[in-house]
Design a protein around this ligand. Structure first.
Ligand SMILES: C[S@@+](CC[C@H](N)C(=O)[O-])C[C@H]1O[C@@H](n2cnc3c(N)ncnc32)[C@H](O)[C@@H]1O
Length: 450
């Protein structure tokens, strides 16, 4: 099959950043859910890093020593040249997963992340990833993994098959954006002819519309690989259990607040299920889940309430987004969830000073809030993107984040469609719109002052 194992490699991937790959996000969600987590992540690794935006941003904005691999040499070249120009200490390889496990230069890791990989590769590549985890993840280490799941994605499965087959027969499996568009159009035409499959699955029309509007580079990697597998959550969890990992928590902030996802009756039904993995699998049916983002831990251990309290009190948060148009609402699976203004307004006032505030300090200031209700508010504000958990960065970390940002702004934003900059306080990436990018660049060049 060749080095690319049937994976799309001649159409390069997009320049996205994923906050779930930030170990600080993992730590916050584990602690909120009462699960023990390392206080420091000394070493971390991203498998299948694509264009390497996430791995470079994480390497620039934290003191963690980052490693990564992706077998597409053109993408690795981009990621390495950005790292070199920004003088980042990051270790990037073009090994396949199969090769990486035997790479003598890689250490053991406290965190291993893979985003957009699991459902789109062969059984052999999944085996290789499990081997990397088995051999290289430290005890207490965390794995982040995302994947498509049953039952939400199930109806799409025949569509993926048809689009891929059409493209193989008519365009020799090309990932040229025009061929991808033609294959999507073929399905749309079919739907317009009232194909009974479309009539029997009325939600598909909307989904096909969404697919049709998506970036062709993304679609090529999402639907046109040789491998495309769908599993129910418990089968995925079982594969990780075989290498001593346990499911810990979902990486979606909203999932840590049951009331925004499920009715009380649904929650009661789920609470009757003792097995955590089976409970999640049933929950996926409640939510018609199609895509999951999860953290797994090697040696899952629950904290005592006292331990959890002590660690939560030390967490610090700060404002991430202007609150000018803040709406006291959250769009959630249960529908529009209304946030109680009397609880959130004082918090927004506190964060308006653009400083970091510890949970202990907030509790001290707002004596009417208890720890559990405060943490729910902080998680909901994090889910809305209003605030973020932060760290105290060293001056070295501040300097490397600034170097990376300068490179991105000077040489890459317009040509590569990059919308993220590194933040030494969040330890990760921040979405920055084009106007703000221009203003930051002008400020750096001393054309404007604050
Ligand atoms: C959908 S992309 C996701 C990229 C990145 N994680 C992101 O989300 O932006 C999947 C990536 O996995 C890489 N990949 C696929 N199979 C691989 C293998 N067996 N070994 C190494 N990399 C692989 C591809 O080259 C591609 O860059």
């Amino acid at each position: 099959m060749g080095w690319n194992e049937g994976y799309v490699t001649n159409l390069l991937y997009t320049y996205g950043y994923y906050t779930e790959l930030n170990p600080l996000t993992a730590r916050l969600l584990l602690l909120i859910n009462g699960i023990a987590c390392k206080s420091e992540f000394d070493t971390a690794c991203e498998l299948g890093f694509g264009q390497g935006m996430s791995v470079n941003i994480h390497a620039a904005s934290s003191s963690t020593s980052w490693y990564g691999t992706d077998f597409n040499p053109a993408q690795v070249d981009f990621a390495k040249s950005l790292a070199k120009k920004s003088e980042l200490k990051v270790n990037l390889y073009d090994d396949s997963f199969e090769q990486f496990v035997n790479n003598p230069d890689i250490p053991n890791f406290d965190f291993i992340g893979l985003h957009g990989i699991w459902s789109w590769i062969s059984d052999e590549s999944r085996e290789a990833i499990l081997k990397i985890i088995e051999k290289k993840l430290n005890v207490g280490g965390v794995v982040y993994c995302s994947y498509n799941v049953d039952p939400g994605f199930t109806v799409i499965s025949p569509i993926q098959h048809l689009m891929k087959r059409y493209n193989d027969l008519n365009h020799h499996g090309s990932s040229d954006p025009r061929c991808i568009s033609d294959s999507v159009n073929f399905i749309e035409d079919l739907f317009n002819l009232n194909a009974k499959y479309a009539l029997a699955n009325p939600t598909l029309k909307e989904r096909l519309k969404r697919i049709s509007s998506q970036d062709r580079h993304y679609l090529a990697h999402e639907f046109f690989n040789s491998h495309w597998d769908l599993f129910p959550f418990d089968e995925i969890a079982k594969q990780f259990e075989d290498v001593k990992l346990n499911f810990a928590v979902s990486a979606d902030f909203k999932d840590s607040v049951p009331n925004v996802n499920l009715t009380f009756e649904q929650q009661a039904k789920l609470n009757q299920i003792d097995d955590r993995v089976f409970r999640e699998t049933v929950r996926d049916f409640m939510l018609n889940q199609q895509f999951r983002r999860d953290y797994f831990v090697k040696g899952l251990r629950f904290l005592t309430p006292l331990e959890q309290r002590e660690q939560l009190l030390k967490l610090k948060f700060m404002l991430k987004q202007s609150t000018k148009n803040f709406e006291y609402k959250l769009q959630a699976p249960i529908g529009e969830f209304t946030l109680k203004q009397e609880m959130y307004e004082p918090l927004l006032k506190l964060f308006a000073d653009l400083k970091a505030h510890s949970v202990a300090e907030i509790l001290e200031t707002y004596k009417n809030l208890n720890l559990s209700s405060l943490m729910s508010c902080l998680i909901i504000l994090s889910a809305k993107g209003t605030i973020t958990v932060v760290q105290d960065p060293s001056s070295k970390v501040v300097d490397s984040a600034l170097r990376l940002n300068k490179q991105i702004l000077t040489n890459y934003t317009s040509t590569n469609n990059i919308h993220f900059l590194a933040s030494p306080v969040t330890g990760g990436g921040i979405l920055v719109n084009t106007l703000d990018q221009i203003l930051i660049k002008a400020y750096q060049n001393q054309q404007v002052s604050l």
